[in-house]
Design a protein around this ligand. Structure first.
Ligand code: MN
Length: 742
């Protein structure tokens, strides 16, 4: 172990030096006899802490002196508070009792010290104890708000000197600070302390980001200062000309607030424009305050164009915590927006020191928001029905606006966005917990999944192994995590169910003698108006489509070969044949003979001009034209060769023929749009239907389009293959191979 060499004489000198600095800071409020009281408190603290050292190795007394200094200098508190700050740790950490304090310093000081001692362990792993402690803290606040203010000073000094603490303590203390103390400082109007607490917490919790922003700020410091100088100079001049006494300066924004802006707006550091604000602090008489502020506003906005949306007038109606100021954002040189805050010295003191300054000026603000707030706190505390947890809710609701903090049953803290529900919380803890969630107990009361959580709620999730995510859950969850987990789980479930539907459909098609293949499935999906085959299978499994309708579908698609009527009359056949045969050929000319002869293009292979085709004579449906490579062709020609007639296309151009395309690709945003744009806009081709399946990034679609001939089709296919994301484009070889002849 390293031996610690301590120069006690030097330490004694240093302690006295710090003590004198404290006295100097409190001078403004000292009254007769106060100095003696402070001396007395200092001596008691010095003596009782004499054998104690801080983690840094320094004498412990440095800490109470520093807390007292913050209370006096940065919060503006008076003698009683300075005395209490000096003694704030003696009852808890040394042999001195509350009675000793009361005997030497009286009841008032003793009560404040008592409050400080009681709330020293506000955060504990038992959440109800936490809440109870919080209540205690506020009870003492209502009793004497100085307890809270000294506690804040204590916390600030601990945060400032935390580098010697072990890492886990640093994290715990930092999170308590952002969670509770910084908002409390904000609520009490202690803006400077609030900002410093946030920055210090961030330094430990997000040290990389903190260092990054600090470095960035430093890099541009000279440039920024020059800018501020240029901006401020003309304002100073005109203020002087108009005999308005004022201090004008630029103030950098806190690292934490810059980081907040980056996160909220999702922008990099370079895009945060308001890295500083300009302050104009007027030296005004109380009765001229408002008029002077507006005069200064007028001067600023004569020089720089204001953004009308960014005028905030807290001079006419101060904030709830007493903050008074006039804010505007103006267009400065180089097209940069600059925030300007205008207020008087009195207003500035309130802004910096918050509540304590308010006390000082109490006559002028007897109905201030803070008084009302303290009144409300007292009322709530008096209400015997409100238990500690309920109370915590009501209170903290006012502290935060866009995020809430929720306790687990073990007292751990979770941060969620406003409007988060019990289900969001469950997913936040673990996706399995979310998926199996059937309800929750919030502050020991049973609530539904959709229950909107309030700040400070303690939530216990109730699960069932039979539970699974439901579609309607998406209507009330707000966190991205819950949403994506529910969606992927629903899709998984749908796929599982669809798998059953697929088997059912396969069996049914088999019994109807319809071939089970991709083309036919797409046609069926289209027939039943589903966007994709997954939906088709899924709905088959759910029994939502009547499989009897498949028969109807079959007949709508029916072509002659299914009838395979053997009863065709020889005379009938001969009649048709004779019609086809013209003077110099026995070939059916498609297009030309359209009027004379009753023929149709078969829907099983959708022939288009350019295809090799033949005609097949049916009994009731005239002649059907098939492609020679139609899967039905071989069978028809082999079995009913006598009913086949030669056919060829004539050179007609105006007609459009239906054909099918199968497109596969990588599913990326806008792929369908790109494909349909090529078809409709570039080729001016009409589409009859489009069905699309997208599965884990693979896109598969069937499109029925009208084309003029094979050349036209070839060009279209070529063009579609060039679309980014498309991997293959093919023509359906046989759309209704499903209608296999038996
Ligand atoms: Mn302390």
């Amino acid at each position: 172990m390293k031996e610690l060499v301590i120069d006690l004489e030097a330490e004694k000198k240093e302690i006295l030096k710090r003590y004198r600095a404290l006295l100097k800071a409190s001078k403004a409020t000292l009254q007769k006899g106060d100095k003696r009281l402070i001396r007395q408190a200092f001596n008691m603290a010095l003596d009782s802490h004499k054998d104690m050292r801080r983690k840094s190795g320094e004498p412990y007394i440095y800490h109470p002196i520093a807390v007292a200094q913050i209370a006096a200098e940065e919060i503006g508190l008076g003698t009683t508070s300075i005395v209490c700050a000096l003694l704030h740790d003696v009852v808890e950490d040394t042999a001195i009792t509350l009675d000793d304090i009361e005997r030497e310093f009286g009841k008032k000081v003793a009560r404040i010290i008592d409050g400080l001692t009681k709330i020293s362990g506000v955060f504990d792993y038992n959440s109800s104890l936490q809440a109870e402690n919080f209540r205690k803290m506020l009870l003492t606040l209502a009793d004497d708000v100085r307890v809270i203010l000294i506690k804040l000073a204590d916390r600030l000094h601990n945060m400032r000197t935390m580098e010697f603490m072990p890492r886990d303590k640093q994290l715990k203390i930092s999170s308590e600070t952002v969670y509770l103390y910084a908002p409390l400082a904000h609520r009490l109007g202690l803006y400077a302390i609030k900002s410093e607490l946030e920055d210090l917490s961030m330094k430990y919790m997000e040290s990389e980001t903190y260092k990054f922003i600090a470095r960035k700020l430093n890099e541009k410091k000279a440039e920024r200062e020059l800018y501020i100088k240029t901006f401020v100079e003309p304002i100073r001049e005109i203020l002087h000309d108009q005999e308005l006494k004022a201090e004008v300066y630029g103030r950098p924004k806190s690292i934490h607030s810059i980081w907040n802006k980056m996160r909220k707006k999702g922008i990099p550091f370079e895009e945060v424009y308001d890295l500083f604000a300009i302050r104009i602090i007027l030296d005004s008489k109380l009765e001229n305050e408002k008029a002077d502020c507006w005069k200064a506003y007028s001067i600023v906005t004569d020089l720089y164009r204001p953004n009308p949306d960014r005028l905030r007038d807290w001079v006419s109606s101060p904030k709830g915590n007493g903050y008074e100021s006039l804010h505007t954002t103006v267009m400065g040189p180089k097209g940069q927006w600059v925030e300007v805050q205008i207020r008087t010295q009195r207003m500035n003191e309130i802004a910096e020191k918050g509540f304590a300054a308010h006390w000082k000026y109490k006559e002028s603000s007897s109905d201030s928001g803070l008084d009302q707030w303290i009144h409300k706190v007292r009322e709530m505390l008096k209400n015997p029905d409100s238990n500690a947890l309920d109370f915590l809710d009501d209170f903290k609701m006012n502290l935060f606006s866009d995020e809430i903090f929720i306790f687990t049953p073990k007292g751990a803290l979770m941060q969620l966005p406003t409007d988060a529900t019990a289900l969001d919380f469950a997913f936040e803890i673990h996706s399995d917990l979310g998926a199996r969630c059937i309800g929750a107990k919030v502050n020991h009361k049973l609530v539904p999944l959709s229950y909107k959580l309030q700040n400070g709620d303690q939530v216990e999730i109730i699960t069932s192994s039979k539970q699974a995510p439901k579609e309607d859950w998406l209507n009330f969850v707000v966190t991205a995590k819950a949403k994506s987990k529910i969606k992927s789980s629903l899709k998984e479930e749908k796929r599982r169910v669809a798998e059953e539907g697929k088997e059912i459909l396969e069996r049914k098609l088999k019994s109807l003698k319809i071939t089970y293949n991709s083309d036919n499935i797409h046609k069926i999906a289209f027939y039943f108006k589903f966007q994709n085959t997954l939906d088709l299978f899924y709905n088959v499994a759910l029994g939502k489509i009547d499989l009897k309708d498949l028969k109807e579908f079959q007949s709508s698609e029916r072509t002659v070969e299914q009838n395979s009527p053997k009863t065709i009359e020889a005379a009938q056949l001969e009649g048709i044949m004779n019609k086809v045969k013209t003077k110099d050929s026995d070939t059916l000319l498609i297009g030309e003979d359209l009027q004379k002869i009753d023929y149709k293009l078969s829907s099983c292979c959708n022939p288009i001009p350019g295809d090799d085709v033949f005609g097949f004579i049916t009994i009731n449906d005239g002649i059907k034209i098939h492609r020679t490579n139609c899967p039905n062709a071989t069978k028809l020609m082999a079995n009913y060769g006598y009913r086949v007639v030669k056919a060829k296309w004539t050179s007609q151009k105006e007609l459009a023929f239906l054909t099918g395309l199968r497109i596969t690709g990588i599913d990326e945003v806008g792929l369908i749009n790109k494909i349909t744009t090529v078809i409709s806009n570039d080729f001016k081709v009409n589409m009859r239907s489009i069905t699309v399946d997208s599965d884990e990034g693979i896109f598969e679609g069937s499109i029925m389009v009208y084309v003029n001939d094979t050349q036209h089709l070839e060009n279209l296919i070529k063009k579609l293959r060039q679309v980014r994301g498309v991997t293959s484009v093919t023509r359906f070889e046989s759309e209704s191979a499903m209608h296999k002849a038996s």
